[in-house]
Ligand binder design. Structure first.
Ligand SMILES: Nc1ncnc2c1ncn2[C@@H]1O[C@H](COP(=O)(O)OP(=O)(O)OP(=O)(O)O)[C@@H](O)[C@H]1O
Ligand SMILES: [Mg+2]
Length: 290
C-alpha cells in the first residue's frame, strides 16, 4: 500500500479503504465535507477510459453506481470519484441472516443493473462480489454494481500476481480468461454479454455456497482454475428453509447453463437471466428451464 496523500484532485484524503486490481481506493471529502470514495487507477493500458465515461453518462439504474467524476490525474492517471457508501461487498456472511428468497432478490437487482448496461450496448467485464457494494436501508439490502467500465483499464502484467489471480480468475469466463492469461500483447480483452452472464452466475454460486467453486483449495494456478471451470462441480443446496419460495432446482439449472464453458450454450441475454431468476422466485409457476 502506498503512502497516503493528503489531497487528490481537490479532495481531502482521510484514509485508505482498500486496494484492488487497478489501484487503491481512498476515503475523502470535498470542500463541503461530503464524503467520497476516490478510486485510483494507474494502468499501463489506458485506451478505454471513454467506455467508463460513456457508461456513466448513458446508463442510469438504481443498482448501478454513478460516479460524480471520472478524471485524469497527473499522478494517478485515472480517478473514479463516487459517493462514499458505508457498505461491504456482497458475501454469504453478510447475507446469511436473510431468507434465501431475499438473497435472490438482491442478486436479481444486480442482474437488472447489468441488463440495463447490456441494453445500452455496454458490458461490465468485471462482475464479482467485491464489485457489488451492499447498502442496508430499513433492513433491506440495496446492491450497487460498481467499477463499470474499469475492466478495460487493467494492466495485463499484474495478472501474474497470485492475489490478482484469486481476485479475478474465478469470475472470468474461460474464453476471456484464456485470452487474458499469458498474453504478450498489452491490449485488454473486450468484455462480452456472455462473459458478464458467466461472471454473474459465478457470483451467485459463491454467494450461496460461501466460496468460489473455481478457486482450487491447494495450489492456485491458471490450469487449476480452468480445470474447475470445465468440470463444473458445484451445486446450490438449501437446508432447513421449508418456507423458501425459491425454486432451487430451477436456480441450479440456470446457474449451470450460465456457467457452461461453451459461451454459445449460455443464456443468450441478460434479459433471459433476469426472467429466469424471477421465475425461480415463484415456485411452481412455470416449468423448469429446457
Ligand atoms: N464508493 C465506495 N464506498 C465505500 N467503499 C468503497 C467504494 N468503492 C470501493 N470501495 C472499497 O474499496 C476497496 C477497494 O475497491 P477496488 O474496487 O479497488 O477493489 P476490488 O473490487 O477488489 O478490485 P477491482 O479493481 O477489480 O474492482 C473495497 O474494499 C471496496 O469495498
Ligand atoms: Mg472494485
Amino acid at each position: 500500500m502506498s503512502k497516503i496523500p493528503s489531497r487528490i484532485a481537490g479532495y481531502t484524503v482521510l484514509r485508505s479503504l482498500g486496494s484492488g486490481v487497478t489501484g487503491e481506493v481512498f476515503l475523502g471529502h470535498d470542500a463541503k465535507e461530503v464524503r467520497v470514495a476516490i478510486k485510483t487507477c494507474s494502468p499501463k493500458i489506458s485506451k478505454k477510459l471513454d467506455w467508463a465515461e460513456r457508461c456513466n453518462d448513458e446508463v442510469t439504474h438504481k443498482n448501478l453506481i454513478k460516479y460524480r467524476e471520472i478524471k485524469f490525474d497527473s499522478r494517478y492517471k485515472y480517478l473514479f470519484i463516487s459517493d462514499y457508501l458505508e457498505v461491504s461487498a456482497i458475501s454469504w456472511d453478510l447475507l446469511k441472516p436473510v431468507p434465501y428468497g431475499d438473497m435472490i432478490e438482491v442478486l436479481l437487482k444486480v442482474a437488472k443493473a447489468l441488463e440495463a448496461m447490456h441494453k445500452a450496448g455496454m458490458h461490465h467485464g468485471n462482475v464479482k462480489p467485491s464489485n457489488v457494494l451492499l447498502r442496508r436501508r430499513k433492513g433491506v439490502f440495496l446492491p450497487l454494481l460498481s467499477d463499470v467500465g474499469v475492466a478495460y483499464l487493467y494492466d495485463e502484467k499484474k495478472f501474474a500476481d497470485e492475489a490478482v489471480i484469486r481476485a479475478v480468475y474465478p469470475y472470468l469466463a474461460p474464453e476471456i480468461l484464456a485470452q487474458f492469461h499469458g498474453r504478450g500483447e498489452p491490449e485488454p480483452v473486450p468484455p462480452t454479454a456472455r462473459g458478464d452472464i458467466y461472471s454473474f452466475a459465478a457470483m451467485v454460486v459463491e454467494t450461496f455456497c460461501r466460496r468460489s467453486p473455481f478457486l482450487p483449495r491447494d495450489e492456485i494456478s491458471f490450469d487449476g482454475i480452468m480445470q474447475l471451470k470445465k468440470q463444473q462441480k458445484y451445486r446450490i443446496i438449501i437446508k432447513n428453509d421449508p418456507t423458501t419460495v425459491l425454486d432451487i432446482r430451477r436456480l441450479n439449472d440456470l446457474v449451470r447453463k450460465s456457467l457452461d464453458p461453451e459461451p454459445t450454450r449460455r443464456p443468450s441475454s441478460m434479459s433471459s437471466v433476469v426472467q429466469e431468476l424471477e421465475a425461480c422466485m415463484d415456485k411452481g409457476r412455470a416449468p423448469a428451464l429446457a
